[in-house]
Design a protein around this ligand. Structure first.
Ligand SMILES: O=C(O)CCC(=O)C(=O)O
Ligand SMILES: [Fe+2]
Length: 402
């Protein structure tokens, strides 16, 4: 299977404190639990990344092989668990989620819903929605299908082997870390990637065991996304169709994540801290937990709420709203209890690399008191920039700040 790799030399890991080993073996470049008990002297990060990639089996395959220690490519530097540089207080994990708003879209009071969304998007950048109209059965079936895909064997001829790729042009692919060779820390996570729009994938490309269910799920969540874009437009004081008119909802990507149980969760991270690059994300998580957002100088748990979706603002919506809405950093902790499944549905024209659309702060929102905070950007340039950085930094948006 052809895989195009862009290799970058290791960075932060050169400075990570090394683990103590009495014995210094040379790790073979094959995928086994033993090969990942790598030693300080023999550590070749790029080779180990490649070794993992070459298995086509991801973190799930590693765990299935019986690994009992977190391999170094996944080990998080100490500073990773610290807040971003501008924060002033230490991290406190395990916060109560008291203030993350839960918004009932069917409450019957349209103005109240718009006001709640305005406040949540401006203050939190994250909120949960209930009364959203997506049948709970469709949500449950999608989660089961994603779990089944990831837990299936990855041997020759399997869907996993067929789909394993990080080729940008492919609409349907499966891989371990889209930014494996860019980011300083490999995440304890595998992902099935489905680009649903602007061009829908061939049905035949989707794995047999989740094709119909995920198509149906994507259809339902697309409708919810359209509703949310209308509400968000109104929340900005614009006509309901404004965000759709400027094509914020055109590109659509589903990321179906699987976080295998981690033998040393304190040494690894499920998803490194990042903000989402697009306009809007609608996330479904199972009951395991681990998602946190960085709010008010601390990490706050986004606890599972049965039947709810989590909605968050992406970088480009922060840019065009001229900071009216916030794109907030979040991360997923590794857990040792059980596998965790989540499905993130991203909306953003920028996901289409051929898009020639330019985004800048929306003119109707600007005034003498509200001067533009960002320079304009070609949608495709933004995404290129975002992907070139990889997760683990919030520098993509700041690059465009005036
Ligand atoms: O798995 C999750 O809960 C979050 C995933 C996420 O943040 C992302 O895909 O951007
Ligand atoms: Fe995210």
């Amino acid at each position: 299977m052809p895989i195009t790799l862009t290799l970058t030399p290791p960075t932060i890991h050169d400075h990570v404190p090394l683990f103590e080993h009495d014995h210094v073996p040379t790790p073979p470049l094959t995928m086994s639990a033993a090969s990942y008990e790598s030693s300080p002297a023999a550590y070749d990060r790029t080779a180990e990344l490649r070794a993992l990639d070459d298995t086509y089996a991801g973190v799930r395959g590693l765990v299935a092989s019986g690994v009992t220690h977190v391999p170094r490519i996944f080990r998080v530097p100490d500073q990773h668990h610290q807040p971003p540089q501008d924060a002033t207080v230490p991290v406190r994990a395990g916060q109560e989620p008291a203030a993350i708003p839960i918004i009932d879209l069917r409450c019957g009071d349209h103005a109240a819903v718009v006001a709640a969304i305005r406040q949540a998007a401006a203050e939190w950048g994250f909120f949960k929605v209930i009364g959203h109209g997506v049948p709970e059965a469709a949500m449950a079936m999608a989660m089961d299908a994603v779990r089944a895909f990831h837990e299936a064997d990855g041997g020759e001829g399997s869907d996993k082997a067929r789909l394993y790729s990080r080729e940008p042009a492919r609409a349907v692919k499966y891989h371990c870390n889209f930014d494996l060779y860019q980011s300083p820390v490999a995440n304890w996570r595998d992902t099935l990637y489905l680009r649903m729009a602007p061009t829908p994938p061939d049905a035949g490309d989707l794995p047999d065991n989740c094709r119909d269910v995920l198509f149906d799920y994507a259809h339902q969540v697309k409708n919810l996304g359209n509703t949310l874009f209308e509400l968000l437009s109104e929340a900005l004081g614009l006509k309901p169709s404004h965000l759709a008119d400027i094509e914020c909802n055109q590109g659509k990507v589903l990321l179906c994540h699987y976080y295998p149980p981690c033998p040393q969760p304190e040494l690894a991270i499920g998803t490194s801290r990042h903000s989402d690059g697009g306009f809007l994300t609608i996330l479904l998580q199972d009951e395991i937990g681990g998602l946190q957002i960085f709010n008010d100088d601390q990490w706050v748990d986004v606890t599972p709420t049965p039947g709810a979706f989590i909605v968050n603002i992406g970088d480009l919506l922060q840019l065009i709203s001229n900071d009216g809405f916030r794109s907030v950093e979040h991360r997923v902790l590794a857990k040792d209890v059980a596998p965790r499944v989540s499905i993130a549905y991203f909306f953003g024209t920028h996901i289409d690399p051929t898009s020639s659309r330019i985004y800048s702060p929306i003119k109707e929102l600007l005034s003498d008191e509200n001067q533009p905070l960002y320079r304009e950007t070609l949608a495709s340039d933004y995404i290129k920039h975002y992907y070139s950085i990889g997760l683990d930094a919030k520098t993509a948006l700041s690059h465009y700040r005036l």
